[in-house]
Design a protein around this ligand. Structure first.
Ligand SMILES: Nc1ncnc2c1ncn2[C@@H]1O[C@H](COP(=O)(O)OP(=O)(O)O)[C@@H](O)[C@H]1O
Ligand SMILES: [Mg+2]
Length: 216
């Protein structure tokens, strides 16, 4: 089972949006996928799926709410899925490491702000100190205000800290926000250009997860 977790040290960096889109894309690529929502307070992955079901958007897939790190560590492997996407809580805790230990890839979403970047680096370093390997961590630019110079600057900064980071980014767009409201993934928006942007970005992440898993 391919296991990907989206974890962060702060709220609002769009963990749930990335989780939803990743899971929807895995399903579209033919993988039997489950979403696991560990955010007890928000349950926004599970709520989004409810909107998706209510609005008749296909395909649907199972999203389990209120999932505990211990369940992920002990029971997930018994489930008959090709892939699992784990949406993290709004803050870092012991569970962050407990989950990162059992997944193929941990994604840390960030914008270009110093607040976001510093938080992402902090979480990444905490994972390294906890014994997670660099290759199992990927920092991902998500919902950024487009700026070529900021992108170049932040990319170089993160790489200088020794972390893997997505080459591309997902921009902040009203179309994407409306899609999330409606129960769609970013890879499902009707605007072809934005749909392609999201697909290329997500496929890069999936490719990386598959490579990490295959290399053991
Ligand atoms: N690329 C984007 N462009 C515009 N809005 C976005 C984008 N990604 C996410 N959002 C909006 O941000 C909201 C909150 O994001 P969410 O994924 O729930 O954050 P978190 O899980 O980190 O708290 C989403 O409901 C969606 O409307
Ligand atoms: Mg969330």
């Amino acid at each position: 089972m391919l296991k990907i977790a989206v974890l962060a040290g702060k709220g609002g960096v769009k963990k749930s949006s990335l989780s939803r889109t990743l899971a929807a894309r895995l399903v579209a690529r033919g993988m039997n996928t489950v979403g696991l929502d560990t955010d007890v307070d928000q349950a926004s992955f599970a709520r989004w799926m409810q909107r998706r079901v209510n609005n008749g958007i296909e395909p649907t897939f199972p999203v389990t709410a209120d999932v505990k790190a211990n369940w992920i560590r002990t029971k997930l492997d018994d489930m008959n899925y090709d892939a699992a996407v784990i949406d993290g809580a709004a803050y870092a805790s012991r569970d962050t490491l407990a989950i990162a230990e059992v997944v193929d890839l941990t994604i840390i979403p960030t914008g270009y702000s110093v607040d976001d970047i510093e938080s992402a680096i902090r979480v990444g370093k905490a994972l390294l100190e906890g014994g997670i390997k660099r290759r199992n961590i990927l920092i991902a630019f998500w919902s950024v205000l487009e700026s070529t110079s900021q992108h170049r600057d932040r990319l170089a900064f993160i790489q200088a800290q020794g972390f893997n980071v997505t080459a591309g980014y997902v921009p902040l767009k009203p179309t994407y926000s409306t899609a999330m409201d409606f129960g769609q993934a970013l890879t499902e928006v009707s605007a072809a250009g934005l749909r392609t942007t999201a697909r290329v970005f997500i496929d890069e992440i999936i490719q990386r997860a598959i490579e990490v898993k295959t290399d053991g």
